[in-house]
Ligand binder design. Sequence first.
Ligand code: SF4
Length: 292
Amino acid sequence: MLLPNSDLSKEQTHHPREFLDYKYTYPVISRRSGGVSIGINLNLDQYCNFDCPYCQVDRSIPKPRRPISVPEIRRELEKLLQSFDPQGICRLDRFSSLPDSAKKLKDMALSGDGEPTMAPEFPQVCEMLEDLQSSLPALDFKLILITNSTLLDKPKNQSGIDSLLAKNGEVWAKLDAGTEAWYQKINVSKISLDKIQANLKSLGARHPYKIQSLFCAMDGEAPSHLELDAYTRRLSELKSSGSRILEVQLHTLARKPASSACTPVAKEFLQDLSNRIGSEIGLSSKIYGVED
Ligand code: SF4
């Protein structure tokens, strides 16, 4: 059956974290992954050391710290995997209108309602995921960490990342700004942008990684030329420091942000930046989150 484009597009932009009675895990159709991504939320408490105005997590009611149960995450994943056929195609009713090509398992991603590396149990979760991946040789999927890059220097996080990347894994590290001034507008953190740059350099000395950058306008103003110069300089510096940057993922708002001051940038903005990243720095980039 030919699928109306709108069904796929709706699934790709609507990523609810609630799934049946599952506490930590949820399947989504991901444009970036090119199929099904199983999200793993290590931040039920919504803890994050950023306060991005574009964040979609509602933190209006503070949540207490909640310890994570690693065995429970594994149980949920194993139960969820029963909904996939031997070819890795998801047979859940909620995706029944989608073609098989759109619902193949591509990855399990540590993301969710906050910064996953802030969870004390992060390294144990990574070890469990490595073990789970090794126990399923017939299924070809990646383990992905989506991180704001602030805590990549912590030895416990480095050891978790080593486990995650031992077989088939990737780190998608956030870098949304070139100057401290724009960074404090768009990410709002006590940790400096230079510290993030240093963390990315040290990650690059250990593993290849992808950069994930969100660009949006704030109060109607898109990032300036000077800001983009500073951003591309940072990418260039990372590359010349030895980081193997597999891809720069450029995106803009795809869902309603926390603050109405944030609005998406035009596709042309991201296209120009993508061209620059290719021609000036020699890095490959892809644009996500804007309609073709
Ligand atoms: S880093 Fe992610 S979870 Fe944290 S505030 Fe920003 S968008 Fe939200």
